[in-house]
Structures are given as structure tokens and as C-alpha cells.
Design a protein around this ligand. Structure first.
Ligand code: IDP
Ligand code: MG
Length: 153
């Protein structure tokens, strides 16, 4: 079963959307296997946004991401990396599809509420970047037989 990293960003914390965002993933029937509030360090952000080093907005994103603590979540599900990206919508929130988190709830490119891992390889690296092994939990999901058919797992 895939796992993916979601970060609930400072704009969601300030706008009291933490519960709404967690609820969207819960209602989709993704399984929550890790969650914590964190203040992000400069070093961690350099690593996490290393693909954006050199862009003129790099310093601004780091300041934004450090403006409040964030909520890190690890979600599990069949094909959940792509599913969660689709649920988040495209980066430029004001053009994101209605029905997606960004499409429904945000207008900005920078303040777009959530981070979600963009591939299975990235997800593995990112989950390990934000969670220690003992902060991730394996437990029986009793509704699982009603979420997936036996052939899908
Ligand atoms: P993603 O979050 O949709 O995967 P990335 O390209 O990985 O988008 O960028 C990471 C984050 O950096 C975005 O979610 C957004 O907060 C910020 N960002 C990306 N491009 C811009 C930009 O052109 N201006 C300001 N912030 C940006
Ligand atoms: Mg990205």
C-alpha cells in the first residue's frame, strides 16, 4: 500500500482550515498513519524545496512556511500518491479545478494550503524526512473491506 506526505501549510493554519483539510482526506477513505505539528527549520526547508533553489521566490516560500507551525500527515491507500495530488489540485490555486482543495479554498500560487508528494519515489523520501519510524503506525483499518474490493489491494 502506498504512503504519501501531506503538509498543511501556514495559510491553512491561519485560516482555520486544518480540520477541513484533514476531513477531506478522511472522507476519501485514506488511512491516517502519522500526524504531528512542527515548526520547520531553515535547513529542512532547504532540503524539502531543493528543486526551487535559485528561483526568485525561494526565500519568500521559506519565510511563509516558517510563519506558523505546519501539520505533517502521512496518508496510506491504494495509489494514494496520485490520488492525493489530484485532491490538492494544481499549484496555482486560483486556476485549480473546482472540487480540489486548492480549487475550492485558495487563490494564491504561494499560499496554496497544502503540500503533497509528487511521485512514489519522492513520497518515500519525504515521509522519511518528516517522520521518524516510531511516529508512523500500522494498525488494522476495520472499514478497509468496504473501501476496496479484494482485487484492488
Ligand atoms: P506543488 O506544491 O504544487 O508541488 P512546486 O512546484 O513543488 O508545487 O512548488 C512548491 C511550492 O512553492 C508551491 O506549492 C508554492 O507554495 C510555492 N511556489 C511554487 N511556484 C511558485 C511561484 O511561482 N511563486 C510563488 N510561490 C511558488
Ligand atoms: Mg512539489
Amino acid at each position: 500500500m502506498e504512503r504519501t506526505l501531506v503538509l498543511i501549510k501556514p495559510d491553512a493554519v491561519q485560516r482555520d482550515l486544518v480540520g477541513e483539510l484533514i476531513q477531506r482526506f478522511e472522507r476519501k477513505s485514506l488511512k491516517l498513519v502519522g500526524i504531528k505539528m512542527m515548526a520547520l527549520s531553515d535547513d529542512l526547508l532547504d532540503e524539502h524545496y531543493s528543486h526551487l533553489v535559485g528561483r526568485d521566490f525561494f526565500a519568500e516560500i521559506k519565510t511563509f512556511m516558517r510563519s506558523t507551525p505546519i501539520i505533517a500527515c502521512c496518508w496510506e491507500g491504494v495509489d494514494c500518491v496520485n490520488t492525493v495530488r489530484t485532491m490538492c489540485g494544481i499549484t496555482k490555486a486560483r486556476e485549480a479545478a473546482p472540487g480540489s482543495i486548492r480549487g475550492d479554498l485558495a487563490m494564491s500560487v504561494q499560499a496554496n494550503l497544502v503540500h503533497a508528494s509528487d511521485s512514489l519515489e519522492t513520497a518515500e523520501v519525504e515521509v522519511a524526512r518528516f517522520f521518524n519510524a516510531n511516529e508512523l503506525f500500522a494498525y488494522e483499518d476495520v472499514v478497509n473491506p468496504f473501501v476496496y474490493s479484494s482485487r484492488e489491494k
